[in-house]
Design a binder for this molecule. Structure first.
Ligand SMILES: Nc1ncnc2c1ncn2[C@@H]1O[C@H](COP(=O)(O)OP(=O)(O)OP(=O)(O)O)[C@@H](O)[C@H]1O
Ligand SMILES: [Mg+2]
Length: 357
């Protein structure tokens, strides 16, 4: 592709790990409901199974559970599963919704014994609510402050024993005291291609899509390790198969469909490829600063840094060095160009980039 011909990118969200508008409903349909329906994450699954089973046997609510990892890997799904496995009711809220401690107090005092309280984006909880949560998690108690100024009194209030499930894309920005109050932390990892094949297969069954093994494999390979993306690509491929073919998804149909949506063999989209192309063609593979690179593709530096780079680094295409961004040998090869002798080999499956702040 000639990146210079491209001056502006439309909002191309096909490969975004974040949920898109209008996707909520279909996501709910596709959520696994029980632990044994949940594909992948064998470590977290086994650990949780033990935590839940032991609590069940002892007849007490399990320890508080923190689920951390990048968007779209199944944290919300897992939170619901915890409640389902315990046969408990789940109350759902989120960090940004708990702006005042009073909001949280109301939530907590309405809990019934054994309920699961799910706080999504728990790293965004406001300070006063967070402090209230400490006591609630530890002693099942809150101190409600009534009145203001010198006349204010604090009334201790018992709350029902409950299990808090917190989800976060940035466990690094959780304060120490909050993190310490979780008895169990499940770190969700990116999925392997074979796991994503199973995710696509399962979604196809639910959505009644006729797809063969190669079709699933083609989708899995391009899904950036993320079930949310696999489910989305499946729907796009289904659309194509229904409109342009007989509805059956084969490898050939999947490839043709994903080409229409600008999703390449490795799950890179147009902007990802433009960044690599600019890096290789205009800057000889780097090193080059991220702002210069962003100008070359007509994007904001933050978009390049936060939207493109994490996956390019994880896919082993781009390296962040103190002197700037560098294209790896794999990037040259992916663009069909011979890699220069000194090109770095990327680190495939590098560290979890979403958790490094
Ligand atoms: N292990 C899995 N098996 C099958 N489907 C899954 C799995 N994990 C996630 N999904 C699907 O991916 C979609 C996104 O999952 P979920 O909402 O649980 O992710 P999340 O980690 O909470 O994302 P976010 O950080 O954006 O809140 C859901 O529709 C769900 O159906
Ligand atoms: Mg979620």
């Amino acid at each position: 592709m000639d990146y210079e011909a491209v001056t502006e990118f439309e909002a191309d969200e096909t490969l975004s790990a974040l949920p898109q508008t209008g996707e909520r409903e279909v996501e709910t349909t596709l959520r696994p409901r029980k632990l044994d329906e949940f594909v992948g994450q064998p470590r977290v699954r086994e650990q949780l199974e033990l935590v839940l089973e032991s609590a069940r046997r002892r007849g007490v609510p399990p320890d508080h559970v923190l689920l951390s990892g990048p968007p779209g890997l199944g944290k919300t799904s897992m939170a619901m599963i915890v409640a389902a496995e315990l046969n408990a009711a789940i109350r759902i809220t989120s960090g940004p919704a708990l702006e005042r401690a009073g909001d949280l107090a109301a939530m907590l005092s309405n809990l019934a014994p054994g309920d699961v309280l799910f706080i999504d984006e728990i790293h965004r909880i406001a300070r006063p609510a967070e402090e209230m949560l400490y006591l609630a998690m530890e002693d099942f108690r809150v101190d409600v402050v009534v009145g203001k100024g010198p006349g204010a009194t604090s009334i201790p209030l018992e709350i029902a024993p409950f299990t808090l499930v917190g989800a976060t894309t940035r466990s690094g920005s959780l304060t120490g005291p909050l993190r310490d109050r979780f008895g169990f932390t499940g770190q969700m990892e990116f999925y392997s291609d074979s796991e994503l094949e199973l995710v696509a297969r399962r979604a196809a069954t639910i959505l009644d899509v006729d797809i063969d093994r190669d079709g699933c494999a083609e989708i899995a390979r391009r899904s950036r390790g993320t079930p949310r993306i696999a489910n989305r690509l499946l729907r796009r491929v289904r659309d194509y198969a229904e409109v342009r073919a007989d509805g059956k998804v084969t490898r050939k149909i999947a490839r043709a469909a994903l080409e229409v949506y600008d999703v390449d063999e490795l799950g890179l989209d147009r902007l990802d490829r433009a960044v690599l192309t600019a890096l290789v063609r205009s800057f000889g593979g780097g090193p080059v600063g991220v702002s210069t690179l962003a100008v070359a593709v007509g994007e904001e530096p933050t978009t390049v840094e936060e939207v493109c780079e994490p996956y390019l680094v994880r896919a082993g295409m781009l390296a962040r060095t103190p002197r700037g961004r560098v294209a790896t040998a794999a990037a040259w090869e992916h663009l069909g160009l011979p890699a220069p002798a000194g090109a770095t080999r990327g680190e495939q499956g590098g560290p979890n980039l979403f958790d490094q702040d």
